[in-house]
Design a protein around this ligand. Structure first.
Ligand code: GLN
Length: 479
């Protein structure tokens, strides 16, 4: 441990350094705050990963167990008195009167708010280019996207502007940016974590999770996030405490590789890293076998009916009356609604509202929404069958490494294909983690490990063993 450079410490190491009296929480907070602020104020726009940075360090007495290790938080988490805009003009400057449950839980455990991070508008996107506050950049190559929608959180952690960050994942928005930025990202079991205070995109899929430098930090953060919340009826008590992972070997662990997620459409360099990681897993003692997820190729089509359907309903509340933007110049109520939604929402959000409204309209409901729900059930069944044969399923996280800014903005379908490997797990509600497994063309590749519902402890242990064996060097991205 290097206590002289607080920025080199993982969150877990920083906790230890502070509790051993080698570092003060104020010093740590100030070091990150200064860097985050410098990036935000950079003449060239920096990484544009923060939409807001705390002005003051919190009080001196930050409670155990986290002792004041600062936390960056995706813009869409409501934080009392702090801009919470979900990357949208619709909520520009919106200061919520309350704080999301996970944010208060982490603050209560001693992780104060460092800043709010940039994201695709209402979490719709895979590149953070849909943000009303400008695109974020990838610290590995600033001409490239950091992924999305939690791209600001991923870029901040990868660049060393935050020790760790909170993201959200609806169809891949934690895992894919983690993969593209060379960090760890975990999407928990649906319901393991409260959604209260998260500005909603698709409520049956949205889930908050850690974005961190290593697997141990992901476990440490998740430990303070899980649990039943009276304010979220879909949340459940986690059946056990989240342990800090110690796994070094994979003896007796059966890993399934689905042909459907590891073939056509995945970049050669990504597949190469993926297969090298499988070989390492075998060296650690794992048995690797083929499994089938026959309906996984239909996941994307089902997702792009279900997620827009839910978003069209969730975003109906942005009408210029209750919060956020109200367009000027209207003299009729309907005109005010129309102008507000015209001015407040970006193109991708409008596209999804239209798709979702159409899919839910009475004449088409059966043909689209109900059918997509049936596909969703089949996908969940596929995973259940596969987990009778294997402990975990492995796949690449993203079909490609980070792409160039602007490369896919004109082609929504190409953008949607980024979610090919992550959406099946989202529809099934199961946990999945992405860890960096190597480089292709000098850019990070993510390995995705998915497990049955509430298998987070086992999944983190397996991910930890893989992380030790893969020995990925993330330092190249630190600024
Ligand atoms: N890229 C996917 C989408 O645009 C996933 C987004 C997310 O997980 N929030 O819907």
């Amino acid at each position: 441990m290097n206590a002289t450079d607080p920025l080199a410490l993982s969150a877990g190491e920083a906790v230890e350094a502070i509790s051993a009296g080698l570092l003060s929480s104020r010093e740590l907070f100030e070091a990150y705050r200064a860097r985050a602020e410098a990036d935000r104020a950079a003449a060239d726009g920096g990484l544009n990963c923060f939409t807001w940075v705390a002005e003051q360090p919190p009080g001196e007495d930050q409670p155990p167990p986290l002792h004041g290790v600062p936390l960056a938080i995706k813009d869409l988490f409501c934080t009392e008195g702090v801009p919470s805009q979900s990357g949208s003009r619709m909520l520009e400057g919106y200061l919520p009167p309350y704080t999301a449950t996970v944010v208060s839980a982490l603050a209560g455990a001693g992780a104060p708010l460092l800043g709010k991070t940039n994201q695709d508008e209402f979490a719709m996107g895979s590149s953070t280019e849909n943000s009303a506050f400008g695109a974020a950049r990838n610290p590995w190559d600033r001409e490239r996207v950091p992924g999305g929608s939690s791209g600001g959180s991923a870029a901040a952690v990868a660049a060393g502007l935050a020790p760790w960050a909170l993201g959200t994942d609806t169809g891949g928005s934690i895992r894919q940016p983690a993969a593209l930025c060379g960090i760890v990202g975990l999407k928990p079991t649906y319901g393991a974590v409260s959604r209260y205070g998260m500005i909603a995109f698709a409520s049956s899929l949205d889930q908050a999770g850690p974005m961190t430098r290593n697997v141990g930090d992901a476990a440490l953060m998740l430990r303070h996030m899980v649990g039943r919340d009276r304010c979220d009826a879909t949340s459940l008590a986690f059946p056990e405490e989240i342990a800090l992972p110690t796994g070094e070997r994979l003896d007796g662990v059966r890993l399934g590789v689905p042909e459907e997620l590891t073939g056509e459409g995945i970049e050669g360099g990504v597949l190469e890293s993926f297969h090298a990681a499988l070989a390492r897993a075998q060296e650690l003692g794992a048995e690797v076998q083929d499994v089938h997820l026959p309906h996984a190729p239909h996941a994307l089509s089902a997702y792009y009916v279900l997620a827009p359907a839910e978003c069209s309903s969730n975003l109906a509340r942005f009408d210029g009356v209750r919060y956020g933007l109200r367009a000027a110049g209207a003299d009729q109520l309907l005109d005010m609604y129309t102008r507000t939604r015209h001015d407040g929402f970006g193109a991708e959000v409008k596209r999804r509202i239209m798709l979702g409204t159409y899919a839910l309209s009475s004449g088409y409901y059966e043909a689209y929404y109900a059918r997509a729900q049936r596909v969703r059930t089949k996908i969940a069944d596929d995973f259940r069958t596969a987990f009778e044969q294997v402990h975990f399923i492995l796949a690449p996280t993203s079909p490609s490494v980070a792409f160039k800014l602007g490369e896919k903005t004109g082609d929504p379908l190409a953008m949607y294909l980024n979610d090919y490997c992550t959406v099946p797990m989202s529809l099934a509600g199961i946990p999945a983690i992405s860890i960096p497994c190597g480089l292709s063309e000098g850019l990070p590749v993510g390995l995705q490990i998915a497990g049955p519902a509430f298998s987070e402890n086992r999944m983190l242990d397996a991910a930890h063993a893989m992380e030790q064996a893969l020995d990925f060097d993330a330092a190249a991205a630190r600024v």
